[in-house]
Write a protein that binds this ligand. Structure first.
Ligand code: CP
Length: 317
């Protein structure tokens, strides 16, 4: 595997989950696979889980890991071609990327949507420049439109916790004070569309996700109706995708917050969220602290998803 952005990059998803569960059961089985290999993790944005879990995954495989926070200690990077560089950015990404590539064997990149230009975001310009110019396998650690390490961990978690052959999984929009990218819901939908689940997305009108990610999901605008009989509730905020409101907040309706009363409409559903989560905006304290909240094992599975992806990339070197 040379790149990792979408569920399809994993091939047969059942095999990928099976492999991930093998990795989880025996995380040090491949601890010499990455000997003398270097994983470079490049962060243009903040992170807790991705930074720690991906580094741990690389170490479990015997890799050396380097973390670069572009905004903390590195030269400020220009990303646009054609710019006269007389401002505060002394280095261009087009030199920086091959230099970074020369110091490592694999690269993970975190680069969020900027909401300045929808085409720039949805063409994944930054991630694709790494793919094109680094000369090394590249994986997304949450790029402008996708968060595939998160979604793979989410699917692994659903497989571990499910109590039905084909569970009903509901992705619900929830309110948030800041405009957030669509990367997490996009990737969650991408993975649920290839998983053996009954997949429903619920959000207020205006928050429709890109059709390429919605796929065959049922979209239900009535959140309470969507929750009926659900086995997993996956909460997340995102900003509008559709023009002319791309990247905007259209609604701050707190009635969309996931609370105990709404969870009572489900079939005793598990509660999931990628974290970090704003309590009592997205979800109430009661729900996230309930015995059916699986946000901590979900986060723990980030090591498993990252290790499985990095292992496959090492195998392809
Ligand atoms: N879920 C997730 O990606 O968390 P971080 O932003 O902390 O990495």
């Amino acid at each position: 595997m040379r790149t990792y952005q979408r569920a399809a990059d994993l091939g047969d998803i059942k095999k990928a989950v099976k492999e991930a569960l093998e990795v989880k059961a025996n995380p040090y089985k491949w601890d010499t696979m990455g000997k003398n290999k270097t994983l470079l993790m490049v962060f243009f944005n903040s992170s807790l889980r991705t930074r720690l879990s991906t580094q741990k995954a690389g170490m479990n495989l015997g890799m050396n890991t380097i973390v670069l926070d572009v905004n903390a200690g590195a030269w400020k990077l220009e990303t646009e071609r054609g710019v006269i560089m007389d401002g505060d950015k002394p280095e261009h990404l087009l030199e920086a990327i091959p230099v970074m590539g020369s110091y490592c064997d694999l690269i993970g990149v975190r680069s969020f949507a900027r909401f300045e230009n929808k085409q720039f975001d949805y063409e994944e310009v930054i991630l694709n420049q790494f793919i094109k110019y680094s000369g090394k396998p590249v994986f997304s650690m949450e790029s402008a439109t996708c968060h595939p390490l998160q979604a793979f961990a989410d699917l692994i978690t659903i497989e571990e916790f499910k109590e039905q052959e084909r569970p009903k999984v509901v992705l619900t929009w929830a309110p948030h004070p800041r405009a957030l990218p669509q990367a997490v819901p996009n990737s969650f939908a991408d993975f649920m569309n290839v998983a053996d689940v009954d997949f429903v997305i619920t959000h207020p009108k205006g928050y429709e996700l890109a059709p390429e990610f919605v796929g065959n999901a049922r979209v239900e605008y009535d959140q309470r109706k969507a929750f009926e009989g659900a086995n997993f509730i996956y909460a997340k905020n995102w900003s509008a995708y559709a023009d002319p409101n791309y990247g905007k907040i259209l609604c701050e309706d707190r009635s969309w917050t996931v609370d105990t009363e709404k969870m009572s409409l489900t079939d005793n559903a598990f509660f999931m969220h990628c974290l970090p989560v704003r309590r009592n905006m997205i979800v109430t304290d009661d729900v996230i602290e309930s015995p059916r909240s699986i946000v901590i094992p979900e986060a723990a599975n980030r090591v498993v998803s990252a290790q499985t992806v990095i292992k496959r990339m090492l195998e392809s070197l």
